[in-house]
Design a binder for this molecule. Structure first.
Ligand code: FEO
Length: 401
């Protein structure tokens, strides 16, 4: 990523990670970036750093603009190591810099970096003048860790949002209006689904608080991916929708098959869901991996999980998917379980029980059949898919009867 002036005297000095394909279980097909921002004013301030492995690239980028030794402040919005890992190496070049972060940040940072940090705690709402520009710190606990905060620059109306509004998207450009709009929004949705979806109530609260404070960003500069300058309202609106748990008439049919029987049921169930008026996303496990399915589930009102039975359990890929979705808590109103078994009819009902015990609404009985489904069983799977989808109440009413 080239050093880029994003507003007068404010520079993106972060790095692209073109190699990244796995972000703790989330497949990042377009890599990612660790964005950091340098503000040149009477005081020089760096907002966030990068992964430890890229600290040298960050220092090189900064050196094109200023001697790192001139940095007065380093704001660390978030301790996770993709943003703070490069801090010790950078501090070695910035002898007078103070690290500004929340008090909770320090408690964690001491575990990562030891106790000798030149740290200065900032409180929620506190401001810091850099000269012509001011920074205001806004606590955002659990977005994405307990110590997280955002940094607001009034006047310029730039929100340095760290993880929020990010995308795992390495690109040869820096701004939303330089990217294909559909690709960008898809990456933003994938990022929300795989990172922020379980935190939706907190995201909703933060948006409400930001509106209450009268923050109207002209630019949102996250610490992953592209900067929203062309249309920041687009991603704010999307976050409002995603964090509200709004769902659309969409059914995700995700399944693992052994000899094709569960796949026949999946196709039939998907056809039934489509007959019930639902858009259908059919996701065979293997070709589809968990983070793609999480993205599909972001606004789906129905999730149907299918598996064959292996060694008296569901397939490992089905268990993996459910484990992942259980943590992410997609907002689907109805879940269903289906599959084919050979000789143990108790496995799929036990899987359905797990779904129920995780707090998800099982909208239908388990649909299972022995060995290969015949025509009658395929018709029954189709009817099941129709009712598993159609039974979901929408705004208090039943859709499609
Ligand atoms: Fe991009 Fe929560 O770190």
């Amino acid at each position: 990523m080239r050093v880029q002036e994003i507003a007068s005297g404010i520079f993106q000095v972060g790095v692209n990670d073109w190699n990244l394909r796995d972000f703790h279980g989330y497949r990042t097909g377009r890599g990612s970036s660790y964005n950091a921002y340098l503000v040149r004013d009477r005081k020089t301030c760096l907002i966030d750093t990068v992964k430890a492995a890229y600290a040298g690239d960050l220092a090189d980028n900064i050196s094109r603009l200023v001697n790192p030794a001139e940095i007065d402040f380093i704001v660390s919005n978030h301790l996770e190591q993709d943003h703070a890992g490069g801090l010790p190496a950078l501090l070695a070049l910035c002898p007078r810099a103070k690290v500004l972060a929340t008090r909770a940040w320090l408690a964690g940072a001491e575990k990562y970096f030891g106790k000798d940090l030149p740290f200065q705690a900032v409180a929620d709402g506190e401001t810091l003048s850099l000269g012509k520009r001011t920074l205001q710190f806004i606590a955002a606990p659990m977005l994405h860790w307990p110590e997280s905060m955002l940094t607001w620059m009034p006047g310029e109306n730039i929100l340095f949002s760290n993880d929020a509004f990010g995308q795992h998207y390495a690109a040869g450009f820096s701004f939303d209006d330089e990217a294909p709009a559909d690709t960008l929004m898809d990456e933003a949705a994938r990022y929300y689904a795989n990172i922020l979806m379980p935190l939706s109530p907190l995201v909703a609260k933060l948006l409400e608080r930001a509106a209450g404070l009268g923050l109207a960003p002209k630019m949102i500069a996250p610490s992953h991916g592209l900067i929203w300058r062309g249309n920041p309202g687009r991603i704010i609106d999307a976050y409002r929708r995603w964090s509200s748990g709004t769902t659309t008439a969409k059914t995700v049919v995700a399944y693992g098959t052994m000899w094709g029987s569960t796949e026949l049921l999946a196709r039939a169930a998907a056809a039934g869901a489509a007959e019930a008026g639902s858009t259908v996303s059919v996701c065979p496990l293997g070709p589809f991996e968990r983070s793609e399915i999480a993205r599909e589930a972001l606004e789906a009102d129905t999730i149907l999980l299918g598996s064959a039975v292996l060694n008296n359990l569901v397939l490992p890929a089905a268990a993996d998917l459910f484990h992942y979705l259980k943590g992410l808590k997609p907002p689907a109103r109805a879940w269903g379980v289906f599959g084919s078994f050979g000789w143990n009819p108790r496995v799929l009902p036990a899987f359905a029980e797990e779904v129920k015990n995780a707090g998800f609404n099982l909208g239908s009985d388990v649909f299972q059949q022995k060995f290969r489904p015949d025509k009658g069983e395929i018709d029954a799977a189709r009817a099941w898919g129709r009712s598993a989808t159609a039974a979901r109440p929408v705004n208090g009413e039943k859709k499609n009867g």
